[in-house]
Design a protein. Structure first.
Length: 337
């Protein structure tokens, strides 16, 4: 399958791994994050991350994640995760601030929530990790604390906002020696995706196309997800085609979202024209959000409302990891078949 082949490329190219050399050995060739080759399961190994290269002396047994987003990928790889940071509780988390799609799994495995929000270096130190993961970007980034964290254990800094969960899993797996688990995880996901596509059938998918992918807070505050978004990419793999936005909306000033290719903010005056598709998928949406959207006078003349083809993707559909992407597939498949 195409995605399995792409993961193989990630395993070879995503995060550089080599047998770590002694300090007197020549430096390895300079690489950018995600562009070196993978060796065998030898330790020590050196990985290339967003800050340069990191030497990991032995296979980690006590991993700490300072990024609640990276935590999901670590759990999916069955990593020896002992602790995680969390965000403030919200409608996409449990009471501890862990994402609902995997919070129960973290609890079953005894992963301790060490803090919410700003990293607590004292608690991380007390947990005695032998490897720490940090996000380079996002609201859960502890990049400013990396120098302090390096006094505790080796630190691997990764970005998650510019890659798929599959590519991110490949990078994490390369750092912890879980390449086989990552490949199996992607293969399992590919099979789920193929099964869902077959269950829906070409006729149902064709009737749904083209589709809009929308984050709908209110008529005044909406965002269209493009074919370059993680959600758009996944829906296209399921056989859906994203409706094309009018050129003037697509090229309008994005304000604080300037430079982003995955979303296009849309105001109330342009919302009807931004929804030309026969079906609308609502990101971070539940049944009540579908009802609210269907009752909105602003969008009454849009095709998806007229056809009543509006589908909620769930509260966990905003930030896709293995768990939330799997949930999204199930929701779409159950709604369309």
């Amino acid at each position: 399958m195409k995605l399995r082949r792409s993961f193989a490329a990630v395993a070879v190219l995503a995060v550089g791994i080599g047998v770590a050399a002694c300090s007197s050995d020549p430096e390895p060739e300079a690489t950018t994050p995600g562009t070196t080759t993978v060796s065998d399961q030898s330790w020590p190994r050196t990985v290339t991350d967003e800050t340069g290269s990191v030497t990991i002396e032995q296979k980690p047994e006590r991993i700490m994640s300072t990024s609640v987003t990276l935590t999901g990928s670590l759990l999916a790889l069955d990593a020896p995760l002992i602790g995680t940071g969390a965000q403030r509780p919200s409608d996409v988390t449990d009471e501890k601030g862990l994402f609902t799609q995997w919070a129960d799994i973290a609890a079953e495995r005894g992963v301790e929530t060490l803090y919410q929000g700003e990293p607590n270096v004292e608690k991380i130190t007390a947990a005695d990790p032998d490897l720490i993961f940090v996000s380079a970007t996002g609201g859960d980034s502890a990049l400013d604390q990396v120098d302090m964290l390096k006094q505790i254990a080796p630190v691997v800094v990764l970005r998650y906002d510019d890659k798929s969960w599959q590519d991110l899993s490949g990078q994490i797996a390369a750092a912890i020696g879980a390449e086989d688990q990552a490949e199996a995880l992607v293969a399992k996901f590919d099979q789920q995706l193929d099964d869902a596509k077959s269950a829906m059938g070409t006729d149902k998918i064709a009737a749904a196309n083209p589709v809009n992918v929308l984050a709908y807070n209110s008529p005044e505050e909406s965002r269209i997800f493009t074919a370059e978004s993680a959600q758009g990419i996944l829906l296209e793999r399921l056989g859906f085609s994203l409706a094309e936005l009018p050129a003037d909306i697509n090229s309008a000033d994005k304000g604080i979202m300037a430079g982003r290719k995955d979303v296009v903010p849309v105001g109330q005056e342009n919302l009807p024209r931004a929804l030309p598709g026969n079906t609308t998928f609502i990101v971070i949406g539940e049944a009540e959000d579908v009802d609210r959207f269907l009752a909105d006078p602003t969008v009454q003349q849009t095709p998806s409302v007229e056809k009543k083809q509006v589908i909620a993707l769930g509260k966990d559909s905003f930030r896709l990891d293995y768990y939330s992407a799997s949930n999204l597939i199930d929701r779409v498949s159950n709604a369309v078949r």
